[in-house]
Design a protein around this ligand. Sequence first.
Ligand SMILES: Cc1cc2nc3c(=O)[nH]c(=O)nc-3n(C[C@H](O)[C@H](O)[C@H](O)COP(=O)(O)OP(=O)(O)OC[C@H]3O[C@@H](n4cnc5c(N)ncnc54)[C@H](O)[C@@H]3O)c2cc1C
Length: 416
Amino acid sequence: MNNYSDIVIAGGGMVGISMALHLGAVLPRQTSICLVEGFALPRDDAGGEHGYHPSFDARSTALSYSSRVIYEQLGVWQDLQAGLCPIERIHVSSRGRFGSTVLRAQDYGWPALGYVAENAWLGQVLVRALYRQRRVRVLSPARVCHATPRGTGVSLQVDGADAGALQTALLLVADGAASGLRRQLGVGVMEKPYGQHALVANVAAAQPHRGCAYERFTGQGPLALLPLLPAPGGDCRGAVVWSLPPERAMQLRDCPEPVFLHALQQRFGYRLGRLLRVGERHCYPLALVRAVEQVRQAVVVMGNAAHALHPVAGQGYNLALRDVAELGAVLAQALAEGRSPGDLATLQSYQRRQQPDQARTIGFSDLLPGLFMRRDPLLGLARDTALAGLDILPALKREFVRHAAGLAASAGRDDG
Ligand SMILES: Cc1cc2nc3c(=O)[nH]c(=O)nc-3n(C[C@H](O)[C@H](O)[C@H](O)COP(=O)(O)OP(=O)(O)OC[C@H]3O[C@@H](n4cnc5c(N)ncnc54)[C@H](O)[C@@H]3O)c2cc1C
């Protein structure tokens, strides 16, 4: 294989593919870009037929307004829209207490507060756009098994399709929360386990959700139910993300369907009428994982490899996409000024620009689960008052919505 690429992205998950698409759009043609993904991505010859069918078993992601803007700029929003369920309202409540609030898109003059995408759909649209762009060389299935800094760049050993040695001026490490490359490069992590698992499943309910997302804080942990587009048979569907103590999460993952539906109905109530069916159930251990360093000469750590968050506020992917957009802009400027993509000062300026957004978003995601699980009665009163207060104080509510939409990010950006 051709053994040099200006930029190599190791990991073609949702973040790696978005990064590849973004760089393909903003960097000059002569800059070579290569994406290496461990699993087999769908092939280029899928043509117009993408074979996507809504199912009960897909995982989902809530895309914020900031992600919509980024995908619009990339020209993929139009294609994505057909498979997205807009969130028109978010109902936030605390089980067994009086505090609750409803956030409405129309109160802010927005078409939606966010959009729920099934990951299968999102992945398919992004991969098709990548092939259509014809800009990025894709090695898949293939793995970067060794990364060694050499001179001003990095030497890579790739296993799998078109295997061999590869040199690059810039390695983007996007291989997920358990990143092997991060470990290999000696980048440390700070890990804060939440002592909980997220139980994820799609459910069918008797009544329509009418574009409402539910965020319910219970004594055992937060429970979110996101609206999905109806299934082909017309069933009303929702995506459940339920944070629970690990043993309980695994019990509920493995128990018979009626036992699961009964337990969920007890926690969630009857806002969507009777819960009728559940699809495949999966558990994910929850921890806040942060890379101690995100940039070095010729290396950037990104996506879940840089920061994996609690899913309670649906912020992890949205934050990673804002990192993608910022890194793309900084690299485009550096190349236009004749600098190498791996230039340390360039990469540090990216980190400085994204740091305030990362700190704010991670802080917000980390605060919520702890705040709502503590049993302290005074704290309980304070948070219920805060929830009720959101309804009373429009300015506070607006600030909360700006966080959820990923717009707080642009407020305090450090341009240094
Ligand atoms: C339950 C749950 C719900 C969530 N909901 C939301 C939400 O609503 N909104 C939101 O914004 N975020 C959400 N998130 C966060 C979101 O899922 C992550 O931000 C996102 O998946 C991160 O993607 P990634 O590409 O960084 O990592 P991954 O998805 O882990 O992808 C890493 C990729 O790298 C590949 N790989 C690994 N090693 C190598 C190697 N050596 N060489 C080549 N390839 C390699 C893997 O095959 C994989 O495809 C949620 C997370 C969870 C757990």
